[in-house]
Design a protein around this ligand. Structure first.
Ligand code: ADP
Ligand code: NA
Length: 330
């Protein structure tokens, strides 16, 4: 039987992924890969929509791919590849650009936010067209399901609109995909400012737990996490954002319910709770970190894996591209 196609990706925007990427994306991807024909991309073409150092970009791309594998994405069960290795992404993006309204693209809130921060002169046309490239990523693989965070919901909507528009103008070509929005219970907040999402691109890294941090650094960051003064380990997102965040992390990594963790730490202090959580995070990440470093120490083998997967991705993407080109009269 044919499994439903799934597409997702992450930008290679740091040397290490962070705890939120692990809980919000990698853990879910790992769960979904058995029941789907999954394509997981390291989207380096998206990364160059803002200025990049070439040496660093190449390094971050390899490291991101290695962390996908280390976290449990199986490159022989799923197609795990680097976006720029498959030229069809750029080709389809161009075609989709021509059926995207200027106003439609200008309404994307992520573009509005990012370009407002950078100013019009520093903002590239590539950043403007970013959501169209994302539409191409998804449509090339006939993906039915696109697991994304809530911030990408609008981009998946645009993808659906473009697929339907192309299909009605040129004949049935693309599968119209559906967003699978990340559960709020899988959202991780910054340990130092627990009302902001933990992010690779946070201004301060004090509250960011990196997948590749050494265990002693991870422990320190968790022990220093911002909490409150009432001393009760209980979940209350608005009243106790720090402790609630730590409980979410604990529950996500152990598969336990929040209630059972609250019960375990009933009558104990925050210090004990943090120590317990630090062990959970370190135990989860230590083998992932080791495996990632092992993969990175053998660049030729990692390259072989990525080349093999790019071939598999290209096969699917080129077939879609051929169909699309034919439809538009090329
Ligand atoms: P970052 O902010 O770290 O650069 P991205 O925006 O590149 O992360 O998102 C990559 C993936 O990780 C997406 O699937 C996103 O939903 C998920 N993700 C990012 N940060 C978090 C977080 N704090 N909690 C849960 N999931 C997250
Ligand atoms: Na980001």
């Amino acid at each position: 039987t044919k499994l439903p196609r799934l597409y997702s990706g992450m930008q290679p925007s740091a040397d290490s992924l962070q705890l939120g990427n692990y809980i919000g994306a990698l853990l879910q991807w790992k769960d979904l890969q058995a029941s789907h024909d999954a394509f997981f991309s390291v989207v380096d073409m998206h990364a160059i929509t803002v200025a990049q150092d070439p040496h660093e970009l190449r390094e971050k791309t390899r490291r991101t791919a290695a962390q996908y594998i280390a976290a449990g994405i199986d490159p022989s069960a799923s197609t795990l590849y680097v976006q720029s290795h498959v030229p069809a992404h750029a080709e389809l993006a161009w075609v989709l650009n021509t059926i995207t309204g200027f106003g439609e693209a200008a309404r994307m809130t992520q573009f509005k936010d990012k370009s407002a921060k950078q100013g019009t002169e520093a903002t590239s046309v590539g950043l403007f067209a970013y959501p169209v490239l994302m539409a191409a990523d998804i449509l090339l693989y006939d993906a039915e399901i696109v697991p994304v965070g809530d911030d990408q919901r609008q981009h998946v909507e645009l993808t659906r609109d473009l697929a339907e528009r192309f299909n009605s103008r040129f004949g049935d070509t693309f599968v119209v995909p559906q967003a699978m929005i990340l559960k709020e219970s899988a959202r991780v907040y910054d340990l130092q400012s627990p009302t902001s999402k933990m992010s690779k691109s946070a201004e301060s890294h004090a509250g960011v737990v990196w997948l590749l941090d050494e265990p002693s650094v991870t422990r320190k960051k968790i022990m220093r996490a911002v909490t409150d003064t009432d001393g009760v380990v209980s979940f209350d997102r608005d009243g106790k954002p720090g402790i609630s965040n730590l409980l979410t992390i604990y529950a996500s990594l152990t598969g336990r319910s929040i209630e059972s963790i609250e019960l375990e730490y009933d009558g104990k202090g925050y210090g004990d709770f943090k120590k317990g959580l630090a062990e959970v995070v370190v135990e989860t990440f230590a083998p992932v970190r080791e495996r990632a470093l092992e993969l990175l120490s053998d660049p030729a083998e990692l390259d072989r894996i990525l080349a093999r997967n790019a071939d598999r991705a290209s096969e699917v993407a080129e077939a879609t591209m051929e169909k699309a080109y034919d439809r538009i009269g090329f």
